[in-house]
Design a protein around this ligand. Sequence first.
Ligand code: AMP
Length: 453
Amino acid sequence: MPFLSFGLHADLVRGVADLGFTQPSPIQKDAIPAGIAGRDVLACSATGSGKTAAFGLPILHRLIGKTRGVTRALIVTPTRELAAQIDEHLKELGRHTQIRSAAVYGGVGMGAQRQAFERGVDIIIATPGRLLDHLSYKYAKLNTVEMLVLDEADRMLDMGFLPDIRRILQLLPEKKQTLFFSATLPSQIGSLTRELLKNPLTINVERQAKPAAGITQTVYPVPHSLKSALLLKLVQGGNMTNALVFTRTKRRADRVADFLKKNGVSSTRIHGDRTQAQRTQALDGFKRGRYQVLVATDVAARGIDIDALSHVINFDLPGTSEDYIHRVGRTARAEAKGDALTFVAPDEERDLKAIERAVSCAIQRVILPDFDYKSVDTANSMGGGGGGGGTYGGHSGNRNQRPSGNRPQRRDDRHTTRSESREGGPPPRASGARPWENRQWKSRTPSVSRRTN
Ligand code: AMP
């Protein structure tokens, strides 16, 4: 059991074994020994890399045997979903220990969270805003914190949480171990890490260059006014087990989900204007297969860990190449395979070029032969919204045009095999079954392109 070699407490090794983890992920291999030794860590790693256990196991290990009743570890993370997910994962890893954790995030009542502070729960996992709300009351104190994790720091920066984080840092003891996780390291983060970290072990800090190898990326040129009709066609095509669809705005997420629903596709949506209960219900329903499509904005989808996600669809082009890599990385996790489709309207072509430059490849264009690109009747569609009109398709002899089917010919063989294996393979995971079943990381040197496993 390779996890034994880290010198982890036996109760944690049992917890890890219960989860079916056999090999540490690359980030775990580096971060766990440093974390156990009490060293600061600066790690470039995104959701899906196994980062929760990478920081969670050292924290649990160092807490075992310490007197209880004071909060000794704080994990700050950008979204409610991530906070809940981290809490759940820590509870699983620490199930043979006495260590307790609590998630603290907005959109739900403060009462139970207040009790967690008052009891001095060992680990608090919090989103910045709600944490500061609590910290304005006397019952909430963080002066006993010995370990701090900043999780998805770049996303917290994007979401404007940097001032909140700085306020939180001022309320923590100077002497503490800090584990800093971020998918990318923009310059503002660089200055924060220099202030915060003391002689950190730096892991995998190169910028993520490419999506994982198992992801098949394609681009579907389509005017804005036909995007929803094209989405419907693809979703109804027969081999899309489940799809996470990204839109640029909350409003567009609502409209796309409504459009699909109106056309008989089971779909739901998740974005910042939905209540926590609605978000949880949507995510659970999608994970359990009640909905074929989950439409999301980038921020809301952050940290969503969905096992066996077959397709990611960029309904709107993401703002940056990093967001692109993040989005498409929701599929093909843990060495699996997945498809990432990107719709590109004429006015989005320039931004697509920038993404292609960043991922160092020209993404294959696909024109569906049996889709009416000349259709001007958008009554059935949710219409434009991205500006810029223009048309695609219908060019006879187009070098990208495929003779039949919803997919380029070249990909047919592999795709058919894969969809057949999906249909003929094991049934979707029953609720409560382990998502990591059959999941193994190959032992190999950490590589920047594995961020999305
Ligand atoms: P994370 O990046 O922490 O969100 O983890 C992504 C997924 O990988 C979660 O479902 C974890 O349970 C799973 N996972 C984490 N570590 C391992 C491991 N060593 N082996 C197999 N699965 C793992």
